[in-house]
Design a protein around this ligand. Structure first.
Ligand SMILES: C[S@@+](CC[C@H](N)C(=O)[O-])C[C@H]1O[C@@H](n2cnc3c(N)ncnc32)[C@H](O)[C@@H]1O
Length: 212
């Protein structure tokens, strides 16, 4: 029998559909998530994602935030819960993950749907003609596609940030976190890249676009 394609970065994962329900306490609030076969980390929230969520900066003032490559939505849903005045965008291109994030918004944030936007598509192309700049972009990048692919994406990030905006992401040290740190320092000069925290083999990065 040919191997089925259940890679989570597929648009249409080719694996039998099963739906799961998982629960997780994140920043002292209990969330429930629907997940399916063919989406990233379906059985439990990925450790890198959890570390990012624990340490991410969440603006208290009304902001426009983006969960880039949202999967079933844990990062953006926590942002939306903890920053109730903010608009939160979710971008994803795996159709099953899109179904999950929409369900998870209904489950966890039933009264906030008018400020949450799920966009289906290939990273920033999903914004189409919307002219949006974000105060904060958050990501656990898909490393299995290769480092060059997400570094190309990172090069675009400043174009989508407001002045003074920031980008936070998590990377496993073994997946070349040090290389990425040096790359960003060379390519995003005059701006700031710092490592906020190193935990359990993961590094959380914070990049901020200067205000002028
Ligand atoms: C490492 S997973 C992280 C998922 C989720 N943010 C989390 O932390 O559980 C990366 C996600 O990026 C999505 N992705 C990969 N390539 C993409 C693309 N070109 N456009 C949009 N999303 C993409 C994958 O489908 C996957 O859900």
């Amino acid at each position: 029998m040919p191997a089925k394609n259940d890679h989570y970065s597929s648009r249409f994962p080719d694996v039998d559909l099963k739906v799961f329900t998982i629960s997780e306490s994140l920043r002292r609030h209990l969330y429930i998530f629907k997940t399916t076969t063919g989406v990233f980390s379906k059985n439990k929230i990925d450790l890198g994602t959890k570390i990012l969520i624990k340490h991410m900066h969440i603006p208290k003032e009304p902001s426009v935030l983006l969960d880039l490559g949202c999967g079933y939505g844990p990062i953006g849903i926590v942002l939306a819960y903890e920053s109730p005045q903010s608009k939160v965008y979710f971008i994803e291109f795996n159709k099953r993950a899109i179904w999950c994030v929409k369900e998870n918004i209904k489950i966890n944030l039933p009264y906030s749907q008018d400020r949450l936007f799920v966009l289906d598509g290939d990273y920033f192309k999903a914004l189409k003609n919307r002219n949006i700049e974000f105060d904060g972009i958050y990501m656990n990048p898909p490393v299995r596609q290769g480092r060059d692919k997400f570094l190309n994406l990172f090069d675009e990030i400043p174009n989508y940030l407001k002045r003074g905006g920031f980008f936070e992401f998590v990377l496993r040290r073994k997946m070349g976190a040090e290389y990425v740190f040096n790359y960003l320092n060379q390519n995003f000069n005059n701006n700031n890249v710092i490592i906020k925290i190193k935990r359990s083999g993961y590094w959380v990065f914070h990049y901020s676009l200067s205000k002028n």
